[in-house]
Design a protein. Structure first.
Length: 701
């Protein structure tokens, strides 16, 4: 028993120890399981926190002031690009991560924390080892012990995106302000209540305030109520219609004056599509209105001038579409004026001064002016569609350009010269008849010479005929004695001698009489051809033949002082011209040549020479009249074609001859007349007449 008890006690102790050990093992295992669960939960929390930091682009940190070390999260290390194995992080390492420009800012922020126990607040830039720059914003709260800061716990955010957005927004606002303030026009933004949300400097300056002083205020704060109410009414109409609106409004200025503005008001919407305000752009149109009023006045004056002009004025655009004309054009060219906006087409009724060369639409003064050409004094014959009316016009055209020199059309002014042409033709005919009158004595003398020897020859023929009749009677009369009875040989020989004389002379007398008659016929024909009234239309003319007529008519002017030498080109075919007018030109030049030779003969007493030649050129016929007269003095050479200018004595010339010659050749025929002269040696006149076929043709542009 005593032995058993110790054994029992020992067994109990062993059992108790075993139980204790077992419980301890259970407790250890339970503790290990708890630690594992806690570690797992802590790892999960850390993972979630790390993910949160990454998503939030942030990192947390704790600055131990005493040890000058920083304990930070992985996110903080990532933000600064620091090796995460460096733990704890020396405070000085932060400087190495920041941009050099931010070193002083970090120092100042840390000093304020330590000296003033203020919260940590710093915005700076970190330069990563890769060279990337990040904008960081850090805030932290301090822990104070015994009046001193012992630690700072904070968080750092990556604000690069926000910084960029802020800079972009700032730039956008700056650009917007720059745009608004550099617009010379007024610009503003209003809400639905017509209060200003934004204005530019132009409007603020007009009202004598700054843009910031206008924000949140309305028109009623700056201008009279009645005008402000008008502005607001326009705003409400724009919002109600939901469309743009253009209004002209007065703009009251601080000094009491006003300007007129034209405002474009546009409603704008919010994100939900509702109209919430007005965008306005206004431009000062005061000067424009004044210019418009002046333009209206000028237009009225111009229209009045055009309406009272005798000349026809026609305006077309660059496409030759008819725009406007004045009443003179409507009356004088009624068959050529189409409805406004139509292309001006004059059909087949417009001709050049030769009356046969048709002017096509592309070659008309209007068409040429609308293409930018300048047309000066183009003489035209305009015939009505029925052909019952003919009018002469002198047309001048000019291109019409805008202020930038861009061609916009053409304008033509047509002057009716029909009456002038008629008067010129009458004057030409009068001068022709006057010339014939002045030459009448010479012509009469020219006729008298052949008439005199015609008379002498006729009288001779009468005597010869009487003699022959007597001889016949003496030989064949039944009452006559024997032919030889009572007739002496001497008498018979005398009769035979007279008969033989008449036999030889009578044919000569007849021939001379016929020549005299032909000479008279030539003179009469030349006078008739020269003095015949001119036609108003060009006709085919043998120019050589016409010159011969003119030389014959004025023969008495030159025959005693000069000899005529002619050299006519036989290859010249009939040309279209006004025959009577060309005759007058040649007469004037030939008479002047004869008078010049008379003047020179008074000096040297020599017989002169007048040489007349014709020659066919490629496009013209050249007529040259060269004399050996006194020549034209230098002082008057520029005036010889002037009307009523003459160097001749009174009664010898009217000063119209060469002036008419110039008009006929240049204006009526489109040719030229020039001269070359040398005092004491003579003058040469050269007339060029265009070669025109004898059938109408169209002239190209």
């Amino acid at each position: 028993m005593p032995l058993l008890l110790p054994i029992i006690i020992i067994a109990a102790v062993v059992l108790l120890v075993a139980l204790i050990i077992r419980r301890a093992e259970h407790a250890r295992r339970a503790a290990e399981a708890g630690e594992m669960r806690a570690s797992a939960e802590l790892g999960a929390v850390r993972s979630k926190y790390a993910a949160t930091e990454k998503i939030a682009q942030m990192g947390t940190w704790e600055w131990d002031v005493a040890t000058q070390t920083i304990t930070a999260s992985d996110g903080f290390y990532a933000l600064l690009g620091i090796d995460p194995s460096i733990r704890p992080l020396p405070y000085g390492a932060i400087y190495d991560c920041l941009h050099i420009d931010d070193h002083m800012r970090l120092y100042q922020a840390a000093t304020q924390v330590l000296d003033e126990r203020r919260s940590f607040d710093l915005e700076c830039s970190a330069v990563l080892p890769s060279g990337v720059t990040r904008n960081l914003y850090s805030i932290g709260e301090v822990t104070v012990s015994d009046g001193a800061v012992t630690r700072v716990v904070g968080v750092t955010h990556d604000v690069t995106k926000w910084k960029l957005a802020e800079e972009a927004l700032t730039l956008s606002r700056e650009q917007q302000d720059a745009l608004l303030n550099n617009i010379p026009d007024i610009a503003f933004l209003k809400g639905r209540d017509s209060r200003f949300l934004a204005v530019n400097a132009a409007l603020a300056k007009a009202w004598g305030v700054t843009p910031s002083e206008m924000i949140g205020k309305s028109d009623f704060d700056f201008i009279p109520a009645d005008l402000a109410e008008r502005y607001r009414a326009d705003d409400l109409r724009t919002l109600a219609s939901g469309t743009q609106m253009v209004v002209q409004e007065p703009l009251m200025l601080p000094d009491g004056t006003s300007r007129w503005i034209e405002t474009l008001k546009t409603p704008y919407r919010d994100a939900d599509g509702a109209f919430v305000g007005i965008v306005g752009i206004a431009r000062d149109i005061t000067e424009r209105n004044r210019t418009a009023e002046a333009l209206v006045k000028q237009t009225e004056i111009l229209q009045s001038v055009m309406d009272n002009m005798d000349e026809a004025v026609i305006v077309v655009d660059e496409h030759q579409e008819y725009l406007i004309s004045n009443p003179a054009a409507d009356v004088l060219l009624d068959h050529l004026i189409p409805p406004a906006g139509a292309v001006l087409d004059h059909g087949d009724g417009v001709f050049l001064s030769d009356t046969v060369t048709r002017v096509t639409p592309d070659a008309s003064p209007l068409a040429r002016a609308s293409r930018g050409e300048r047309v000066d004094d183009m003489e035209l014959l305009v015939r009505s569609a029925q052909g019952t009316d003919k009018r002469w016009y002198v047309a001048s055209g000019r291109p019409v350009c805008d202020r930038n020199g861009q061609l916009r059309g053409g304008v033509v002014v047509c002057r009716d010269v029909t009456q002038k042409r008629q008067l010129e033709r009458q004057l030409l005919q009068s001068q022709k008849l006057e010339a014939i009158g002045q030459l009448a004595a010479g012509i009469a003398h020219e006729i008298n010479n052949p008439a005199q020897y015609i008379g002498d020859n006729v009288r001779f023929l009468g005597e010869g005929f009487a003699h022959l009749l007597k001889v016949v009677d003496d030989h064949v009369s039944p009452r006559a004695p024997h032919p030889h009875a009572g007739v002496t040989g001497e008498t018979h020989a005398g009769a035979d001698g007279d008969t033989e004389y008449f036999r030889h002379e009578i044919p000569k007398a007849i021939q001379e009489a016929l020549e005299g008659i032909q000479r008279i016929a030539d003179i009469v024909g030349a006078v008739k051809g020269f003095s015949h009234p001119s036609s108003d239309q060009m006709v085919p003319v043998d120019i050589n033949h016409q010159i011969e007529h003119t030389i014959a008519v004025c023969r008495n002017e030159w025959k005693d002082v000069a000899r005529i030498v002619t050299d006519f080109d036989p290859s010249i075919a009939p040309i279209l011209c006004f025959a009577g007018e060309i005759n007058q030109v040649m007469l004037n030049i030939l008479v002047n040549a004869a008078h010049a030779i008379i003047d020179q003969a008074a000096v040297d007493g020599a017989m002169g020479t007048i040489t007349v030649t014709t020659r066919r050129l490629d496009t013209h016929v050249e007529i040259t009249v060269r004399d050996t007269g006194a020549g034209i003095p230098d002082a008057v050479r520029d005036r010889i074609f002037d009307p009523f200018f003459t160097t001749k004595d009174v009664g010898r010339g009217t000063g119209q001859g060469l002036a008419i010659a110039h008009t006929v050749v240049v204006e009526n025929h489109g040719g030229s007349i020039t001269f070359d002269t040398e005092v004491g040696r003579g003058t040469t006149f050269v007339v060029l007449l265009p070669l025109r076929p004898a059938t109408p043709v169209e002239v190209a542009a």
